[in-house]
Structure formats: C-alpha cells, structure tokens
Design a protein around this ligand. Structure first.
Ligand code: DX5
Ligand code: ZN
Length: 225
C-alpha cells in the first residue's frame, strides 16, 4: 500500500491543529513534521514543544524528519513529545549505527534520510536495521522546490537492495512531489510520499491528499501490501 505523508511545513502555522485535522480526515497515513535548526539547513522550524501540543490533536503517526546537527542530543525529547518515526540525516551522523540504535531504544521506528548528493551506499551496513529510508528529492530546507529527476535512480537502487535482502524497509520520498510526478516516483519503488505544497497550497487540501494517493496507487504491485 502506498502511503501519503503531508508535510506541515507548508501549512498555516497559526491554525496548525485545524490543518492537521483536515489532512487526517482526508485519509493521510502519517504526518510529516520537518524539524530544522538553521545549521544543518538554512531554515528554522519547530521543536518538541510544538510536536507535543500537536500530539493532543491527532491520531496519525508522527513522522519526524530531523534536519538538525547532532540529532543524538534530541532523540529522546522527540520520542517523548510523541514521534512515532524518527528520521535523521545520514550527513549529520558520524556514528550513524549508534544513532539508529538510540532511536530504536526509545520505541520509535528509525529512518535515515539521504541528501540528493549522498550515495545510497552509505546505507550498506545499516539498511537491515532501518524501518525507513528517506530519499530527499530536493535539497532540504524549504518547501515548494522542484523534484530532482536523478533521484528516481537512487530510489530504484535502494528498492533493489531491499528486495535482494528481503527486508520490510519502506522507502519514503520527500521534496517536489505532486500530482504530475507521483506515479513515476511510485513506479521507481517508493512507498511513502511526503507532500507539502502539493497538499497545503492546494485549493482543497483534502482532495489533494486523495488525488495523490489515487495517482500513486495506479502502479501495479503497489495495490497490495
Ligand atoms: C524539505 C522538507 C520537506 C518539504 C517538502 O526540506 O523536508 O518535507 O516540506 O515540501 P514540498 O512537498 O513542497 O517539496
Ligand atoms: Zn521532510
């Protein structure tokens, strides 16, 4: 089953609770929460306090994407705030294996994100431990950027490796996903689609979620688990 994960980065932060409820009742599968520190990426967003108060407003799994340096200092705080999946950027983790273990020790699922210029080979010795691989299809920091087409190859390479190792690891794609390209990205092997501007900047965010899901599902092999 394909999954849609709206990113609140493009939501109206003055009415975040309502925005989350809209995408939740539209059938979203998880909520993608972008945490930025102004160091790993040139933008600053939110931290555990906001996530904790959002947690009261939603039953969706919280998929927390940490675009921060030294994420190991904050993993417990995000888990306590209600994160169900915690994803760290490989580039921010000199001791990636240890950081993955730290995430799992909190009870959260563990994901690793790769910037567009980072090779999938950095996953060779950790893939078996991961619940999710996040392929960044834009350079992280901002919503509304254009999908980098070369990432289709990376998705396919990772999918092949997951299949060869008979793993259940999901591939999430983040950045520039829209109605026009989601089918192609699904075909390349992605399972979970993050969409920020395509959902929250749409006239009808609820319809946008449903349309994206339908278009991602048309691909053979993704209609069943
Ligand atoms: C970018 C973030 C994304 C962002 C995607 O750094 O990680 O989650 O919200 O936004 P769109 O879908 O507009 O590219
Ligand atoms: Zn993200």
């Amino acid at each position: 089953m394909v999954q849609i994960a709206p990113s609140i980065l493009s939501a109206d932060f003055s009415r975040l609770g309502e925005e989350v409820k809209i995408v939740e009742s539209a059938g979203s599968d998880m909520l993608h929460i972008d945490v930025m520190d102004g160091r790993f990426v040139p933008n600053i967003t939110i931290g555990p306090i906001v996530i904790k108060s959002l947690r009261q407003q939603s039953r969706l799994p919280f998929d927390v994407h940490l675009m921060i340096v030294e994420p190991e200092k904050y993993i417990e705080a995000f888990a306590d705030a209600g994160a169900d999946i915690i994803t760290v950027q490989a580039e921010a983790c000199p001791h990636l294996d240890r950081t993955i273990q730290q995430i799992k020790a909190t009870g959260a699922k563990a994901g690793v994100a790769l910037n567009p210029s980072t090779s999938e080979y950095v996953l060779d010795y950790v893939l078996d431990q991961l619940d999710m691989v996040l392929v960044m299809s834009v350079n992280p920091g901002f919503g509304g950027q254009k999908f980098i087409p070369g990432m289709l190859t990376k998705i396919a390479m990772i999918k092949d490796e997951i299949t060869a190792r008979k793993l259940n690891t999901k591939i999430q794609v983040d950045g520039g996903i829209n109605k026009e390209n989601i089918a192609e990205v699904s075909l390349a092997g992605a399972d979970i689609f993050v969409a920020g501007s395509a959902v929250f900047n749409a006239e009808d965010p609820s319809k946008a979620v449903r349309d994206l899901k339908k278009k991602a599902e048309v691909i053979e092999g993704h209609t069943e688990e």
